[in-house]
Design a protein around this ligand. Structure first.
Ligand SMILES: NC(=O)C1=CN([C@@H]2O[C@H](COP(=O)(O)OP(=O)(O)OC[C@H]3O[C@@H](n4cnc5c(N)ncnc54)[C@H](OP(=O)(O)O)[C@@H]3O)[C@@H](O)[C@H]2O)C=CC1
Ligand SMILES: O=C(O)C1=N[C@H](C(=O)O)C[C@H](O)C1
Length: 263
C-alpha cells in the first residue's frame, strides 16, 4: 500500500482524486493540503463521509508529510503553488505525481531538478487519461506522414479554467514539433496574420466543457482531424491514482504516463 497526500484537496480534481483513492486497493490517503478549509475533515469537505484526514495548511507541509508517513504527493493546484510545494515535498523524500498545468519552462525545470536532486520518483503530466496518452501516440505517427500540412490545435475547456492554452494542447504541440524537428507556435490569430509554417494553438472557454482537444492537419484538397474528448474528470483522476501507485514503488527518476501505461 502506498501512502498518498493530495494538494488542492478542495478543488475539482482534488476531491475526485480522494474519492478514487478510497476505492483503490493500492493507495491510501494519509494527508491533504489546500488554502481553504484548514483543519476540516477532507472527506466532509468532499461530501463523501468522515475520513479522519484533516486538511492541512501548506506552510506545515514538511511536518505533516513526515508525521503521516506520506510517500507520494499528488498535486493538482496552480503552477505558482506547485513550483513551491513540489520541491518542498521532494526535499522531504516524498515522490510526486503532478497534474497541475500552466508552468513556464523554467518552473517545470525547477520541479524536475528537485526530483533528481532529492533522489525521488516523479511524474509531471498535463493529462492522466489513457485516451489522451494514446492520442499523443497517434499524433506522433500522424505527424511523420503529414509534415507538409498546416497544423492547428484547438482546445476547449470550462469557464473556470485559469490557464490557457491547456497543458494538453501544449503537450500535443510538443509531440508534433519533436517529430518535425522543431516548430514555432502561434497562439490565436488577429489582424494581418498570414500563415507560415507554425503550429497554431487556439483556446476556447465556456460552460462546463471537461476538456476537448482537436489536432487539424490541413492539406490541399483534404484534411485529417484527430480528436480527444473527455466526458468526465474521472478519466484524469483514475489515471492520477494509478500513477501514484506506480510511482510509489518506482526507483528514483522522472517518468512519463507512457512509462506507466506501457505505451
Ligand atoms: N493533468 C491532468 O490530467 C489534469 C490537470 N488539471 C490541472 O489541475 C489543476 C487544478 O485543476 P482544478 O482541480 O480544476 O482546479 P481547482 O481550482 O478546482 O482546484 C485547485 C485547488 O488548489 C487550491 N490551491 C491553490 N493554491 C494552492 C496552494 N498554494 N496550496 C494548496 N492548494 C492550493 C485551490 O484553492 P483556491 O480555490 O482557494 O485557490 C483549489 O482548491 C489545473 O492546473 C488544471 O489545469 C486538471 C484536470 C486534469
Ligand atoms: O483544467 C482542466 O480542467 C484540465 N486541464 C488539463 C490541461 O490543461 O490540459 C487537462 C484536461 O484537459 C482538463
Amino acid at each position: 500500500m502506498i501512502n498518498a497526500g493530495v494538494t488542492g484537496a478542495s478543488g475539482r480534481m482534488g476531491k475526485l482524486i480522494i474519492e478514487n483513492i478510497l476505492r483503490s486497493e493500492d493507495v491510501c490517503l494519509t494527508s491533504a493540503f489546500d488554502l481553504a478549509n484548514i483543519g476540516k475533515d477532507v472527506g466532509e469537505v468532499a461530501q463523501i463521509g468522515t475520513l479522519n484526514v484533516p486538511i492541512s495548511d501548506v506552510s506545515d507541509m514538511e511536518s505533516v508529510l513526515k508525521e503521516t508517513g506520506t510517500q507520494v504527493l499528488i498535486d493538482f493546484t496552480i503552477a505558482n503553488a506547485t513550483v513551491v510545494n513540489a520541491p518542498r515535498a521532494a526535499a522531504s523524500g516524498v515522490s510526486l505525481v503532478i497534474g497541475t498545468t500552466g508552468f513556464t519552462p523554467e518552473q517545470k525545470k525547477a520541479i524536475e531538478d528537485s526530483i533528481v536532486e532529492n533522489n525521488v520518483a516523479g511524474i509531471i503530466s498535463p493529462n492522466y487519461s489513457v485516451g489522451v496518452n494514446v492520442f499523443f501516440r497517434i499524433l506522433k505517427e500522424a505527424a511523420k506522414y503529414l509534415s507538409d500540412t498546416d497544423i492547428e490545435i484547438i482546445e476547449a475547456h470550462h469557464n473556470q479554467k485559469k490557464d490557457a492554452p491547456s497543458g494538453t494542447a501544449k503537450g500535443a504541440a510538443e509531440v508534433i514539433s519533436d517529430v518535425l524537428g522543431g516548430k514555432d507556435y502561434v497562439y490565436g490569430r488577429e489582424g494581418l496574420a498570414p500563415r507560415g509554417k507554425e503550429i497554431g494553438i487556439h483556446a476556447v472557454r465556456g460552460g462546463d466543457i471537461v476538456g476537448d482537444h482537436t489536432v487539424l492537419f490541413a492539406g490541399d484538397g483534404e484534411r485529417i482531424e484527430i480528436k480527444h474528448q473527455a466526458h468526465s474528470r474521472q478519466a484524469f483522476a483514475g489515471g492520477a491514482v494509478k500513477a501514484a501507485a506506480w510511482i510509489g514503488s518506482a526507483g528514483p527518476g522522472i517518468y512519463t504516463m507512457q512509462d506507466i501505461l506501457g505505451l
